[in-house]
Design a protein around this ligand. Structure first.
Ligand code: FEO
Length: 169
């Protein structure tokens, strides 16, 4: 495997675990303010991010490439209101999309078609995650200021259940 592609794939393990940690912090925030549905939504998001990290880990292992685990940064965001959390989520997903695109571009440059095929799932997944983050912001803008509607939205988010990623390596 090309050294740059390898380094970026290895780095992505850390980025995805950081994403899990960040969403766990979001969940923690909402648990503290009593919005358990929002807390559930972000807890499941954290589980999905952990799955993403493991997919990168397994891909490198399957390709007989060395995996190097690095320290995970502290999630250091400060939130003044609920919407700050939702916006931070969208911003983070846009950042992750840019990382996936960077790896894809590096793989494309060296004709690493197997890595490109592996990344295809993530390209689609990022599209879905950005849409979800957008939708949540829209709902919050519409309903977040009315306590009764916020309660209903919280109930809706409480119904989200975890499902394992559709990509199996
Ligand atoms: Fe693994 Fe939400 O990107």
């Amino acid at each position: 495997m090309d050294a740059k592609v390898h380094a970026l794939l290895n780095q992505q393990i850390n980025k995805e675990f950081y994403s899990a940690y960040l969403y766990l912090e979001f969940s923690n925030y909402f648990e503290d303010v009593g919005l358990d549905g929002f807390a559930n939504w972000y807890m499941i998001q954290a589980q999905e991010e952990r799955d993403h990290a493991m997919l990168f880990y397994t891909y490198l292992q399957n390709e007989s490439q060395k995996v190097t685990l690095e320290a995970i940064d502290k999630p250091d965001k400060v939130f003044n209101e609920h919407m700050d959390v939702l916006r931070a989520g969208l911003e983070h997903e846009e950042y992750v999309t840019s990382l996936i695109n960077d790896i894809y571009a590096a793989a494309y440059e060296v004709r690493d078609f197997r890595t490109m095929q592996f990344l295809d799932w993530f390209v689609k997944e990022q599209g879905e995650e950005e849409t979800n983050a957008h939708d949540l912001i829209t709902k919050m803008e519409l309903f977040g200021t009315d306590p009764k509607s916020l309660y209903m939205l919280n109930q809706e988010l409480a119904a989200r259940v975890y499902s394992a990623p559709s990509l199996v390596l």
